[in-house]
Structures are given as structure tokens and as C-alpha cells.
Design a protein around this ligand. Sequence first.
Ligand code: ADP
Length: 616
Amino acid sequence: MSAVPPHEQDLLRVAVGGSVDHGKSSLIGRLLLDAEALKGDQLDEVKRGELSHVTDGLRAEREQGITIDVAYRYFSTPRRGFVIADTPGHTRYTRNMVTGASTADLLLLVVDARPPGLTEQSLRHVQLAHLLGIDHLVVAVNKIELVDYEPEAVTAIQHEIAATARRLGLTQATVVPVSALEGDNVVTRSTRTPWYQGPPLLQVLEDAVPRSAAEYSPLRFPVQWIVRDGAYRGLAGQVSGGYLNTGDEVTVLPSGERSRIARIDSFDGPVDHVRGPLSGTVILEDNLDVARGDVLVSTDGAPQPAREVDATLVWLGSESLTPGRRYLLKHLTRRVRATAASLRSVYDVYDDEKGDASELALNEVGEVTLRLATPIVADPYARNRTTGAFILIDELSHDTVAAGLVRETRAQIGSDEEQKSPDVVWHPGKLDRTERWQHLHAKGATVWLTGLPASGKSTISTALEQALVHRGRLAYLLDGDNVRHGLSGDLGFDAASRAENVRRVAHVARFFADAGGIAVVALVSPFAQDRDLARRLHEKAGLPFIEVFVDTPLEECARRDPKGLYARAKAGRLSGLTGEQNPYEPPPAPEVTIKTLEEPVTDAVERLMALLGVVG
Ligand code: ADP
């Protein structure tokens, strides 16, 4: 792999943190002033490009509806360029901190030399920056003139920083005593701190090695748009990891098709390679059907498109996350629907208090599992800060409610369908299915009715069960309310419990259908992914699975309300009712749709009977 191009090596992104009034702004001001005085010439073109890249990113997020207040400043010395992100440290500004730190190479923490020195808030900054992948810390102990240039305060802070660095596993932590006001140890070494042997702050920053994760990452090239011009068809985007090289084989995800890079166009014309974070337009040897949002990856080390993501969320929304809620997940150029399936540990960024894991509130950090309606091409954040990051958006308000870091991805939703102890083996019976069904004059199947509460599932399915049995068929109703007596009596109504309930019912239905019966399932089963699991279980076993969408508008369900659920929810005596507080995902392609406002029960039952091959 070739060396890092010089302009890349030259640029250092610095997030500046620290408590209010510890002197962040004056230190940044001093750095800018003294460094510019040293140099005085103009930014070269490449650096301009880099800077606009930073501000472009911000603009995109503004359009996204985030109000960020990160001030980016640029300055350079003869040795390198710097992008400084000033991230106000107050609780309200967690999102600024996240935004500033997510692209930074190191955290410059400004700490007042006077007591209390290193505050809890400063330590939180270090922790948050570490969470976002920054493991290089530079601490400027400021206002050294106010402690008469004595070393004691600095030594105390140094000890605390060393302990924190050990605890978090930071790779580097440097402490520099400075006076932003007087300029001591900012650009040149001060004669007033003879006890300090190290270099001045600017030199520390000039010597810092930028994170070069992109260099080690395999190729990730998200396609931002398709450039069409006559016969020309280029895939334009920004390299988010690795290199684009002409001649290299690439895999297009999620389709998995392969081709080679025939040509790369850059702003300055055709080039042989492009490395992150620069942009390019790629022409493939084969005319594949590539769309905006697809990702070109190196065939070696291609990630599996993910349907389920374990992630760390920094919660930025005023309304808390609760398991079962659905959001829009924005990842690279894609937006997909995501359901928070489960929430594990939670802690507050500014408080030591461990929150309880039933919800995730403002400024809390939590571990969640998200289920996606459409797969995304993601990497763990530790491996790639671009393809490993996402934001969650509230579907209604369009507010950004969380910054997310991918920990782990899975291609399948809760593949617990295969879950078993290694000590058990499937015990085959003496009958195969054909023989069994022939002797019983039966044909097994599962009819799965899904729909809002009070949409008519029980009404239709009891009628169907009765009609089937009257025709001599072994049919049995697995009703949502009935399975919660006993079989699923231990489960609640959060997303994870609902998923587990569906899983159990799906397995029971499969056994029943295999036996030659017709399992009639009447279950709200609000999540498409859970129903898909039931379908997969049947399809893998070669059993018919008929998904029936009982399609009744919410207002009508609330009006009918035979069990009084909607009334109780309205009165505040029932929480989490599907359709009201919890989402319902209608099936995109059910075998049968019954619009109960238009079709009487008897007609619907007749249609289902015909489909099952039981006519008249
Ligand atoms: P679910 O099992 O989906 O919660 P229920 O079957 O218990 O719903 O309740 C549906 C209500 O709607 C019942 O009171 C039923 O009589 C009424 N209803 C009216 N028209 C229809 C129809 N065409 N199909 C099914 N139910 C209907």
C-alpha cells in the first residue's frame, strides 16, 4: 500500500474541549494569532479543499435539521494545517461535542490550573471523545500565570490525567502548562516554567500523528449519485475507507455483483487512484445496475449487508428512546427504517448515575440492538468512522435524536430460529411428511393473520377455524390472547418480548402444520421482521405459509374496540398499545389482504378456504 499523500499527513483535526471559562476560546485565539504571525501566507488549494470538505459535511447536517454550533477554524504553520473544532462543553452541547469529535484526530482539553482543576465535566469530555474513537489526548493546563508559574497544580493534573488515560486505554496523553493570555508555552517555550521540559503546545500539535484508519481500511466507496452524460455512466462518491485503484476488482453491495474499476475521474481529470476522504467518479468495466446509496467495496473483506445492528447511541433527543420505537436511520446516503429492539446498559455522560435500561434519555449513552427494514452496508465504528457511524431521526419531527456508533452487525434478524444446544440432535421419526399426510388425508399449512388490535383477526380466524373443522380438516386457532396464557405467559409487550412471542408461536405453528393440521394464527405481530422469521421457518421446512393482512383503518379499530383496549389507552390506563403508542408495520407483500370495511367475514373466510384448497 502506498504512503499517505503529503497533504493528508499534513492535516490534523483537533477537537477542543474543557469546562466553561477554563479558557478555550482565548487559547484557540492565541494559537491562531501566533501561528499566523509565524507564517502569514495563504492556504494552498488542497487545504482549501479539505476545509470546504469539513464545512460541506456541516451543511449536509444542517439540511438534516440538526442545530449544531461547532465553530470550525482553520490555520496552518509551515509544517501542517489544522482544523480546530471548538465544542462548547456544557451539558446542552453534547451534540456539538459529538459532531466535533467524530472527525477529530485528537482532543485538546483546556483545564484551568486553579482549583478545582480537572472537573468532572472535563473528564466526561475525555470519555465522550474516547467513545468516538479519539485515543490521543493533549491537556493544556491554562492560566498558569494565576498560580505564579508554580508546578504543583500541573503535577496534580498530570497524575489524574495519567490515571484516566490508563483507565480508558488512551494511547497518548500529554500535559502542557500554558498561559493563553501571556502566550507562555503556546508557540514558544516559556522561560517562566523552567520545571517544564517538554515542547510548547504548537509543537505537540505539529508532531501529532493523525489517525490514519482510512489507510488500513479495505475499500468503502458509497455511491452518492450517478453521473450520466450520453454513453458515460459514472458512479460519483467520496472514498470512506481504503483506496480506489484502476484495475481493482470491486463488489457492489447490497447486490453482491462484481466488476473491475475501468477508470477513475477526479476533479482534475482521469487518475489511477483516489484515497479517502477524497472524491472521485468511477466507471466500472461492466454495466451493472448500481444505484445511489449502493457501496463499492473491495471483494476481499466485503462486509455482509446488515439487517440487525448492535450500536452505542449517544442520545440527543428531548424525548427518550423506548424499546419498540421506530426511527429513521441515516447511514451514508441511505435512510432506512429502524426499530429499537432492545436496550441494554445505559449511563449518563454527565452523571455517574447508571440509568435504568427501560429508556434512554438526553445525554445518556446506551447500548441498543436496532432492526432495519432494509439492509445497510456498515462496518464497526472501531474499524471505519464513516461507514460505522449513523444518526437516528425522529420520523415525525425530523429531529436528529441520536448519534450512533456501530459495534456489531448481523445479516439476519435474531437468527434464534437456529438456536440450540450443541448437545441436542434432531430426532427423525419413522414417517416422512408425504407418507404422514397421505395416511391422514391431510395437508398442513399455516395461515398467519396480522393486523392492528380490533382489526378483526380473531373474528375472521374463529370463523375460518370453524369452517375448516366443519369440512373435516384438523384446524386449530393459535390466538394472540390465548398463547399469552401459559405458552407466552411470561412475556411482556416490549419489542423484544413481542418478537419472542412471535418466535414461539411460529415454532408451534410449524409443528402443527408439519403434523398435517392447519394452524390459524391470529396475532398482532406488529413487526415485519418477526413475521418474516415465521415465514422463513416455514419456507425452510417446505410448509405453506399464508400471510393475511387484516387491513382495517386505525380509526375504525378504535371505534369497534371490542376489548376496550383503545378506550383504556385513551384514558391512560394502558400503555404501549400497537397502533397508538407503538408502531405497526403493515406487510409489504401479504398473500391475502382483507379490507374489513369492504368485505364481510363470510366472504373473507370463503376466499381463505379456496386458497387452502377446501372449497364449497
Ligand atoms: P382482533 O382479533 O384483530 O383484535 P377482533 O376480531 O377481536 O379483532 O375484533 C374485531 C371487531 O370488528 C369485532 O367486534 C368484529 O365483530 C368487528 N368487525 C366488523 N366487521 C368486520 C369484518 N368485516 N371482519 C372482521 N371483524 C369485523
